[in-house]
Design a protein around this ligand. Structure first.
Ligand SMILES: Cc1cc2nc3c(=O)[nH]c(=O)nc-3n(C[C@H](O)[C@H](O)[C@H](O)COP(=O)(O)OP(=O)(O)OC[C@H]3O[C@@H](n4cnc5c(N)ncnc54)[C@H](O)[C@@H]3O)c2cc1C
Length: 452
């Protein structure tokens, strides 16, 4: 089907994939009716696209993503509304200094960062020792941790800082992108959960969506941009794995905010920890752990199927407000803080969250028709690194719909690319291991003495 012969498109999901696609469609096709459906009005409280911060970086292990990220970053900096939410704090990539795969990530990321900053070499700063990493956060203050202080090897030993990266307030920015999408006369938003997709009887052709309130809305084409919730709407046949990683926020004193105000986002590739600079009186810490899954049984969403399938489906602070990150997550975060931010390692978390991601085997996005249905388009598979592409990804989705997407991107983001044993391309590297079942490890409170 072509967009010229399409009267109405439904977009399910108002995260970065859905909103960006909506804006691109609305701009190019003013006569097209676009109906966006989400469970909540953006910024969606438990959406993966909504958080206090998201990194906007160009350091990738792939030239394709690095160039796309540079284009996005330039657009964010130029955008008079969105640029207000971007903070150019820089980003440091550190690791334990061992000669393993994390060193390869560090070296490749650094070489792309140098390339992206060709005219401005001062933007890349080397951190060649434990002392230089520590002082990139603390300035000249504080005793640098040693192996004997820690009772183990130190983990934050080497790295580099790319000063042209930074973070964006992902809540405020999503609100602004939503308002932009909503300002197009051909765009309508409805806030109600989609229960299921309907197909024309005896076919695999999409006909309409059914909302939780029973309303049925027909359209010519549906875009599934429902992030980690997508597996209930279409059968993703395991090519996207939904899991969540742990995030915590620590309250800071005004003196602490002042003393760490010049730190970059500091990530440790070897331990998976990301530390964000002080923002609104807090420091955010997350860990790119193997994560947590929530296995549930749902009706098989394939057209004309009558069985059920097991999927991992988001359990969030909306559905389970008293959830608190598991003990192993808290221990790992605190053990890192003990070394890199010693004054914070016993500080109680102000709040915690499990943040859901939609991981493809290769960490390449999924922008393709569902193999069953030409009028069901998938725009998902963010794989923990898609936020930064908001200014460009919607155009790529519409290019795909038009048949104009560059062939190498069609292939990269295809369903077919996700089949088989594809290695993770390292766009958002995570710790090795299998996700744990949330119901077995979740807590309702934390901050007890963990004897670290
Ligand atoms: C912890 C963490 C850290 C990350 N850090 C970064 C980073 O630093 N930089 C970066 O670039 N990327 C980062 N990412 C990745 C990025 O945030 C995600 O790839 C991106 O936000 C995914 O967007 P989405 O549109 O697919 O999903 P979402 O934002 O989750 O949007 C999906 C939407 O669909 C709606 N929905 C679902 N089901 C239904 C239904 N049945 N009916 C109606 N609506 C429905 C949901 O309410 C939701 O709003 C990170 C991700 C995580 C988890």
């Amino acid at each position: 089907m072509t967009l010229e012969s399409t009267n109405k498109v439904i977009v399910i999901g108002a995260g970065i994939f859905g909103i960006s696609t909506t804006i691109a469609l609305a701009k190019r096709y003013p006569g097209l009716e676009i109906h966006v459906l989400d469970r909540f009005e953006p910024p969606v409280p438990d959406g993966s696209s909504v958080d206090t911060t998201r990194c906007i970086r160009v350091d990738y292990t792939s030239e394709i993503y690095s160039e796309l990220a540079s284009e996005s970053l330039a657009k964010i900096k130029k955008d008079p509304v969105i640029s207000k939410f971007f903070h150019e704090t820089g980003m440091s990539y550190t690791y334990d200094g061992k000669h393993d795969k994390w060193e390869d990530f560090y070296l490749t990321g650094k070489s792309f960062a140098e390339k992206a900053n060709k005219g401005n070499p001062g933007k890349i700063v080397c951190l060649d020792s434990t002392e230089e990493v520590f002082r990139s956060i603390h300035g000249k203050e504080g005793a640098v941790p040693s192996t004997s202080d820690m009772g183990r090897e130190t983990w934050w030993n080497k790295g580099y800082r790319n000063m042209s990266n930074g973070f964006i307030d992902a809540g405020l920015a999503m609100k602004a992108y939503y308002e932009r999408a909503n300002s197009y006369p051909n765009v309508t938003f409805t806030f109600c959960e989609v229960e299921k997709l309907n197909y024309y009887p005896g076919t695999k052709k999409f006909k309409s969506v059914v909302l939780q309130n029973g309303e049925e809305i027909p359209a010519d084409l549906v875009v599934i941009a429902a992030g980690a919730w997508s597996g209930k709407l279409v059968n993703l046949q395991n090519i996207c794995k939904m899991s969540a990683v742990e995030v915590g926020w620590l309250k800071l004193t005004p003196e602490e905010q002042e003393s760490w105000k010049d730190m970059s986002i500091t990530t440790n590739l070897s331990t998976g920890i990301n530390l964000f600079p002080p923002y609104n009186g807090e420091m955010k810490v997350l860990r790119r752990s193997p994560g947590y899954k929530n296995t549930v049984s749902v009706a098989n969403p394939d057209p004309e199927a009558h069985d059920s399938i097991e999927i991992s489906y988001p359990r969030t602070r909306v559905t389970n407000p008293s959830d608190w990150i598991p003990k192993d997550a808290e221990i790992a975060i605190r053990e890192n803080l003990k070394e890199i931010l010693p004054s914070l390692y016993k500080r109680p978390f102000n709040r915690t969250r499990l943040c859901w991601l939609t991981q493809t085997p290769s960490a390449n996005f999924l922008i393709d028709h569902h193999p069953h249905s030409q009028n069901v388009l998938l725009a998902t598979g963010g794989s923990a690194h898609a936020w930064k592409f908001v200014p460009v990804i919607g155009d790529k989705v519409v290019d795909f719909m038009e048949g104009n997407l560059a062939p190498h991107l069609v292939e990269l983001w295809s369903w077919k690319e996700k089949l088989g044993d594809k290695a993770d391309n390292g766009s958002a590297p995570r710790m090795v291991g299998e996700p744990q079942e949330i119901s077995k490890v979740i807590r309702t409170s934390g901050n007890e003495d963990l004897c670290i």
